[in-house]
Design a protein around this ligand. Sequence first.
Ligand SMILES: [Zn+2]
Length: 336
Amino acid sequence: MTSTLVAVAVLVATLVFQMAVSAALLQAGLRLAQASKPKFKAAVATIVAVWLFNLVVLALAAGLMLVAPPNPSIQVLVGIGAWGTLLVLSLRILSSRHQTSYKQAFVALLAIQFAALPVWLLAAGVVRPFLFEAFSVPANSMTPTIRGDHLQEKCPACGGTLIISSYSAKSDSDLGICNDCLQTAEVPIQDRTVHGGDRILVSKLFKPLRWDLIVFRYPEEPTVPYVKRLVGLPGETLSIHEGSVWVQDQELTKPANLSGLTYVGTFDRTQEDIWGPVTLAADESFVLGDFSARSKDSRLWNVGAPGHPPYAVPDSHLIGVVTHIYWPPSRWRIFR
Ligand SMILES: [Zn+2]
């Protein structure tokens, strides 16, 4: 819950900052256009009015895009229409509220656009490195907890929703994992509709705990962010067998919502299902995907970060702890 409050506070603070900068730029723009300079309060009210009208026009345009046939030229037309309406409406609001000509209003409107720069600096310099960062998830190794682009079929075990990677859309059948009972099953692909992946919010403020979902730089290719579940902590000796993770020969108890999950040690069914043991250094963690049979995680990496074994995520690679799924709205979740 705290993370939600902090995220909302950051969003509101960013909006207030943008509003204040925009109002100051509006004052400067009107002065530049040799119109009379409004009081700061009046400038703020104008910015709010422009934003509200923008919101209404954009919502209408988004609604139109949803009902219109998925045709690129129609989308372009709606886009140009929305943009033109926004321009005319904004000029009208500016000129009527501050008694200016359209030319003067246009200069002021141009000036307001420069607010994007300080807002971008705030986001890139403060919010992203120290508070929150958003990611979209393309792959399904953390399914069903966090989903990438996927297909949905019926789970043969419980009748719930089986999630299958969208890469399987052209196959006859594939392995999926159930959203409801967490068991895996190979089923024929009948519905080839691709459902979009989740968008997640990651906090830089939390210390990661065991079973947290974390985002980190992939050791084999550090420019690529990965999301996995933190399972092994620094200093621990761990192995995987009998469907569970074992630390110092003690079976780890999974959180209640993961109790149906089976961790496999190897994808090769002809071999004994065992992985490890390995011992993590004081600055290394071990991560696993929830869709264990289809996850490329600590068990399977071949190249380690410099100075580390292939299975380890060094502390220096940690980006943050996943706090929310924020999009699509039907998938809203709070993790921490
Ligand atoms: Zn099921």
